[in-house]
Design a protein around this ligand. Structure first.
Ligand SMILES: [Zn+2]
Length: 136
């Protein structure tokens, strides 16, 4: 398997003399799931570092009340129910998150970025290439 140019699912956002910035999209298509990758060379120490950041959300899959009920035939009632159930569930999810931070001092969350095999290959090769190029 070869790294593509341009690469599937990974885009170069910026390039500077001492840094390269890539963004990796999630296969599910959600703009909320991504990896932002900075490969940077420290001008003083000359060390090359890779920093991967992502954005996390509430545990949207947790539903206190079901957001989808098959028995509802009316599209309007169905939409109304989904909207209200989602708003209720999201309020509960946020309240739990705030409670955990307030009383336990930490938030537990996870972040997922799904990749195709080609995308994973492109991802690793992009980091490798940038790290090699920045290495003095
Ligand atoms: Zn996703």
């Amino acid at each position: 398997m070869k790294a593509e140019q341009p690469a599937e699912g990974i885009s170069k956002k910026a390039e500077y003399e001492d840094a390269v910035w890539y963004e990796v999209d999630c296969e599910c298509g959600s703009p909320d799931h991504y990896h932002s990758i900075w490969i940077e060379r420290d001008t003083k120490t000359k060390l090359v570092t890779v920093e991967i950041t992502t954005e996390v959300t509430t545990d949207f899959w947790t539903q206190t009340v079901p957001e989808w009920i098959e028995k509802i035939d009316s599209p309007f009632i169905n939409w109304t129910w989904q909207t209200m159930a989602y708003a209720f569930n999201e309020t509960i999810r946020r309240a739990r998150l705030i409670g955990r931070v307030l009383f336990k001092g930490y938030a537990k969350y996870e972040s997922t970025v799904m990749m195709t095999k080609q995308q994973a290959y492109n991802y690793s090769k992009a980091i490798e290439k940038a790290a090699k190029e920045l290495d003095p």
